[in-house]
Design a binder for this molecule. Structure first.
Ligand code: NDP
Length: 290
């Protein structure tokens, strides 16, 4: 392997360590940062994600509250729960675990969350602010990607960032964020053809598709930074990314592993956003002279 490994697990662990100090500082101001996680139904993947998020909160000293609702819960009832969380002072961040059952509109739910507590960064107010380069909550996966590049001193300005995937939660916000950091951005998707003509031009290649083996060594430029967001199970049930790791790592300059790359960074950015929400509250209180 010639590429340098970007160790998301280690970077996230170091970030959690510094967060403990920020939590202590908040506590000395009388504020315990709080995250509410709403889980509808019992989807095993969602349950495992939620468990991880709650464990992370505990590790850094963030208060977390799990609100579990049955799969059959009417949309109205979920919206009412969100309204209650929106006005509770001890809750600084609200996360509704996606996907939601068919009877519930994801967009309605996202838009019901107070944008000041929208730690997932999916509310149109936060997405609009990101688009206009204003202070906002940035979706956790794109934010985590930027953090990991910073951690290994990779500069973004002037680079050609090629993003494969245009979902609302990863691809699109990642593209906007790279643009905010002054990269020249190309967005690819399922209708981009031939994909490798674009990926081979990337200084920084972000692959967020959900298809094992989509990108191999022949699809990347020598020395490129390759960020693999994909999470797939291979034939043996092992977690793998969208990038063929071994051969690509022999050509790339930097590469993220799966597992242990973008995943831990996504998780830690949720804590970051929750802390940011609580810190903002304290700052506003100071500004009001209280
Ligand atoms: P979506 O399914 O919402 O989006 C996938 C995107 O990939 C779409 O824009 C689609 O294009 C595009 N696409 C599909 N096939 C191709 C192809 N052959 N060539 C180029 N583009 C293609 O997925 P998500 O964005 O939610 O997630 C992507 C992956 O990242 C998944 O594996 C998911 O599990 C993982 N993930 C990992 C996270 C982490 O923390 N590590 C966090 C979130 C997601 P089109 O729009 O045209 O359909």
């Amino acid at each position: 392997m010639t590429a340098r490994l970007i160790d998301g697990k280690a970077i996230a662990a170091a970030k959690r360590l510094t967060m403990k100090t920020r939590v202590s500082r908040l506590k000395s101001e009388g504020v315990v940062p709080g995250l509410a996680v709403v889980l509808v139904g019992a989807n095993p993947a969602s349950m495992s994600y939620v468990k991880g998020k709650i464990r992370d909160c505990k590790e850094v000293g963030i208060y977390s509250e799990l609100i579990r609702l049955p799969e059959s819960v009417p949309e109205k009832e979920l919206l009412e729960k969100i309204n209650v969380l929106n006005v509770r002072d001890e809750i600084h961040g609200i996360l509704v675990q996606l996907p939601l059952p068919d009877q519930i509109s994801e967009q309605k739910v996202i838009q019901a969350i107070n944008p000041d507590k929208d730690v997932d960064g999916f509310h149109p107010v936060n997405l609009g602010k990101m688009m206009t380069n204003q202070e906002c909550f940035v979706p956790c996966t794109p934010a985590g990607i930027i953090e990991m590049l910073k951690a290994v001193n990779i500069s973004i300005a002037g680079k050609h960032a090629v993003i494969v995937g245009r979902s609302h939660i990863v691809g699109k916000p990642a593209s906007q964020l790279f643009l905010n950091y002054n990269a020249t951005v190309t967005i690819c998707h399922s209708k981009t053809t031939p994909l490798s003509d674009y990926t081979r031009q990337a200084d920084i290649l972000v692959v967020a598709v959900g298809r094992a083996g989509l990108i191999g060594a022949e699809d990347v430029k020598t020395g490129a930074v390759v960020i693999d967001v994909g999470m797939n199970r291979n034939g043996k049930g092992k977690l793998v990314g969208d990038v063929v790791f071994k051969e690509t790592s022999e050509k790339a300059g930097f590469i993220t592993p799966v597992p242990g790359g973008v995943g831990p960074m996504t998780r830690v950015m949720l804590l970051e956003n929750t802390l940011k929400a609580a810190e903002r509250k304290v700052r506003d209180r100071h500004d009001d002279g209280k």
